[in-house]
Design a protein around this ligand. Structure first.
Ligand SMILES: Cc1ncc(COP(=O)(O)O)c(C=O)c1O
Length: 449
């Protein structure tokens, strides 16, 4: 899948990259004197950046205002009274808890499932995820309520999405870290861990994982779908938040987990989630889950107690504006025009400023919202603090691991989507400088100890 960044107007702020790279030697190959000299330079560079008094934020995967503006016409699609009628349903009224049929159909097409398998909810897929786990915890979805279990353990591929981990932590589950690989979660370990009946579920972000930007390989998907967990009510939480979110390549088709699980007799094991948070508006989009018809029936029973019906006016706005999968993909190509230069800016700066020094590694995603940077082990928290003190907000170091604790103290998530490229360049200067400073301090110390 060759990356094909459309850099737009971005040309980089490179003065003479070839010369600079030549003059840079990996820190690990430097003598103590050379490191001390470099430390002096980098301390000065850091102080100068700090004195600029900047206030920059690359913490969360929020679309930038240019992206939100792209979707503004969606607010104009419902005008006259007849606009509010869809398939004979007046969307302004109560009803259709499972979602507007046309919107179920739209999500079904995006996820490659049948409309009967889809429930369309409100503006947050995260809430649907919470509600599914809550149902299993309080009443039991497919077996006894988990609140009656002595212990519930939960598999957390990491680095992963902090809000997933918080949901399962909030129920008191024991979070079990499973290392991520470039192909997805380490499956040998997963297959071993699910032999424990206390292991009740697993988080997965299968396409452009948060934060690594990894796409699970076909083999990983096949093994996940074929799992035979000891827990009969094991829940696979398949969060396909970035299912159509390519920015540097064309749309990559992706297998339907529901179909794969059904083939292996595991149709009831999985809930797949998605939303338009990063297609239309975060906080004002629509979300969905897809699951077996039996699970859908169980969840409707749960949700009926909580809500009469979701916002079908917004569901209809989305249907009228996006129309179908091709409509969505066409909009995503416009988002890509905005996002690619931002990702390129981050990757190019890392390549130029950090790669020759050998103090960090990172993935080069072609979709999703994040770049995952692994700095010199033992320096992520210090890098994060240095960034904070110089006016750059990043997601807290460690957040991408269960309980907020990165055992290597190495992973930092960069979310380049919100600021304009000019601000991103400044943010990357602070980030690279802080990363170098933290690494130099550690390396100099290692000579002294
Ligand atoms: C993997 C993942 N899932 C879910 C969400 C949030 O989705 P929603 O806005 O639909 O709740 C995010 C937001 O960053 C995310 O990265």
């Amino acid at each position: 899948m060759p990356a094909c960044y459309n850099m737009g107007k971005y040309t980089g702020n490179v003065n003479n990259p070839v010369e600079r790279v030549k003059s840079m030697k990996a820190y690990a190959q430097r003598t103590k004197e050379e490191l001390l000299e470099e430390l002096g330079h980098v301390e000065k560079e850091y102080q100068a950046l700090k004195e600029l008094g900047l206030n920059l934020n690359i913490a969360r995967g929020k679309p930038g205002s240019e992206q939100l503006d792209l979707v503004r016409p969606m607010m104009d699609v419902l005008n006259t009274e007849s606009d509010y009628i869809c398939d004979g349903i007046d969307v302004r009224n109560y009803g259709n808890l499972e979602g507007l049929p046309a919107c179920r159909k739209l999500f079904a097409e995006l996820l490659g499932v049948k409309p009967e398998n889809v429930l369309v909810g409100g503006n947050a897929s995260l809430l649907l995820m919470y509600q599914v786990i809550n149902a299993a915890y309080i009443h039991g979805l497919r077996a006894n309520a988990w609140c009656k279990c002595e212990k519930v353990r939960w598999l957390c591929p990491a680095p992963g999405y902090d809000r997933h981990f918080k949901i399962t932590e909030s129920f008191g589950f024991e979070l079990v870290t499973v290392p991520m690989t470039p192909e997805g979660p380490e499956m040998d370990l997963v297959e071993e861990l699910i032999k424990d009946p206390a292991v009740k579920g697993m988080w997965c972000v299968p396409k452009y994982s948060n934060p690594d930007g990894v796409i699970y390989s076909d083999d990983t998907i096949r093994r996940i779908a074929a799992m035979k967990p000891a827990a009969e009510d094991f829940l696979l939480m398949w969060d396909n938040a970035y299912c159509v979110h390519e920015f540097a390549v064309s749309y990559q088709p992706f297998p339907s987990i529901l179909a794969e699980c059904e083939k292996k007799g595991n149709g009831d094991m999985v809930f797949e989630f998605a939303s338009t948070s990063k297609i239309t508006f975060p906080g004002a989009g629509v979300s969905c889950f897809a699951c077996s018809e039996e699970n859908l029936r169980r969840m409707i029973k749960e949700l009926t107690v909580q809500i009469i019906s979701y916002d079908k006016v917004n569901q209809l706005r989305h249907v009228r504006y996006l129309k179908d999968k091709e409509g969505v993909l066409s909009l995503m190509r416009q988002h890509a025009q905005v996002l690619a230069p931002k990702f390129f800016c981050v990757l190019e700066t890392l390549e130029r400023e950090i790669a020759p020094l050998g103090i960090a590694q990172w993935e080069k995603p072609v979709g999703g919202y994040f770049i995952s940077v692994n700095v010199l082990p033992g320096t992520a928290m210090e890098t994060w603090e240095l960034c904070r003190d110089a006016g750059l907000t990043l997601t807290k170091a460690g957040a991408s691991f269960p309980y907020g604790k990165d055992p290597q103290d190495s992973n930092i998530r960069v979310a380049p989507s919100l600021p304009p490229v000019e601000q991103l360049e400044q943010a990357m200067q602070i980030f690279c400088c802080s990363m170098k400073l933290a690494a130099l301090r550690k390396l100099v110390c290692s000579f002294e100890s």
